[in-house]
Design a protein around this ligand. Structure first.
Ligand SMILES: [Cu+2]
Length: 406
């Protein structure tokens, strides 16, 4: 199947895709609803008592805010101002050549943001060390034996949730609506309405921590799962880092590790965002088309509203200061991938190598929503490229640079 055909098939209207998703969900629920009993609900204190660890409380809201994929307007890879253009077909004259037009890099999104307390009045400042998270939600940390408590406020105009990977949750804290045989309070987590609040309690048992062959910390993710493909494309996704029992430093980071980075390689489909009508009001009529990578190339790229990005930064726009480390430090990279059908990525570090699963490499691979941990001890100072090695992802902006200081 040729790329244009593939793209045409997957590039259906958001309405059609919602409909298809709904049908799939109903079918799955029908298969699942016979005889699976619900988990019992339990509070953070009860869960913590059972495990003996700390209760780690986070106040996280879904806020509607603008996000710019090229925030300084500079292509950091080329070192020149970024030209944001897309190709469009004039629907009134089907035989005409496509024309290039300027397109915005900024979009309204719903992002998870951390607050200081349950009044949700004051944002908790993000430290310089975690500036690289970009549009990802706040870092949630825990050690095996701990209990994570998230007070979630939905400040958006659509129902949202928080669904975690890896950790243990009862049915009132799964954050996903489907027919699982539960009812009442066990459904309150599925879709927190606009203006609503829900408390999610997640335990961190041994099976949520590193396995015997792992390094001493692992990454999980959390994301809104009320609508499993529109919510993450809208921006609702973040990281959870879990260290092995007794392996956390006072700040929660794993012992023996000097610097951590979390990077999400994703082709974000803005046409599937809940805010598509606001951000791309004429998407149904503007005739946006995928462009060939070069004049003679037969490899077709994506329309301008599919953002090939790392933590929401495209075309090398991640600030250099945010991905800076020192020679000889023990650096841990946690990588994960987006939710869409072509979110296969091959992150590649120039200049230095990493160890993944006890194997040396400088390229790894990820299928959609796969997670990878890579340890690096940089020995080669400089400014280095860090990009997806799939050529059209690279060309479309899935690129950043990292810095190793002497
Ligand atoms: Cu890629």
């Amino acid at each position: 199947m040729r790329w244009p055909t593939l793209i045409k098939q997957r590039w259906r209207s958001p309405f059609m895709r919602t409909l298809e998703r709904g049908i799939l969900l109903c079918l799955s629920a029908g298969l699942l609803c016979g005889g699976i009993s619900a988990g019992k609900s339990g509070g953070a204190a009860e869960a913590s008592k059972n495990q003996g660890g700390k209760i780690r409380t986070y106040y996280i809201a879904a806020d509607e805010v603008p996000w710019d994929y090229v925030p300084e307007g500079m292509d950091g890879i080329a070192g020149t101002p970024f030209k944001s253009v897309g190709l469009f077909m004039d629907s009134s004259s089907p035989g005409a050549k496509p024309v290039a037009k300027p397109v915005p890099t900024s979009y309204v999104k719903a992002l998870y943001r951390e607050y200081t307390d349950d009044t949700f009045h004051a944002l908790k400042p993000r430290s310089a060390e975690w500036e690289h998270l970009g549009f990802l939600g706040p870092l949630i940390r825990a050690e095996v034996g701990d209990t994570i408590r998230v007070v979630f406020r939905n400040n958006g105009h659509h129902p949202y949730s928080m669904h975690p990977h890896g950790v243990f949750y009862n049915k009132d804290a799964e954050g996903a609506p489907y027919d699982d045989g539960t009812s009442g309070a066990d459904k309150a987590d599925d879709a927190v309405p606009p203006g609503g609040t829900h408390e999610y309690t997640w335990q961190v048992p041994e099976r949520a921590g590193p396995a015997p062959g792992d390094v001493n910390s692992v990454m999980w993710m959390y994301h809104s799962h009320t609508n499993e493909y529109r919510d993450p494309n809208t921006g609702l996704l973040g990281p959870i880092l879990v260290t092995a029992r007794g392996q956390s430093k006072p700040d929660g980071s794993p012992k023996g590790v000097d610097r951590e980075f979390v990077v999400w390689f994703a082709q974000v489909h803005e046409e599937d965002s809940w805010y598509v009508e606001h951000n791309l009001p004429t998407i149904a009529t503007d005739g946006a088309i995928p462009a060939p990578l070069t004049g003679t190339s037969t490899t077709v790229s994506y329309p301008h509203f599919v953002k090939f990005s790392i933590n929401g930064f495209a075309h090398g726009s991640m600030p250099l200061r945010a991905l800076t480390m020192r020679k000889g430090q023990h650096v841990r990279w946690y990588l994960f991938s987006g939710i869409n059908d072509f979110d296969f990525h091959t992150p590649h570090w120039h200049g230095n190598t990493v160890i993944i699963n006890q194997m040396r490499t400088d390229v790894t691979s990820m299928a959609p929503m796969q997670m990878v941990t890579a340890d690096m001890v940089p020995d080669d100072p400089g400014i280095w490229l860090f990009h997806c090695h799939i050529s059209f992802h690279n060309a479309e902006g899935m690129t950043a640079r990292y810095v190793v200081t002497p």
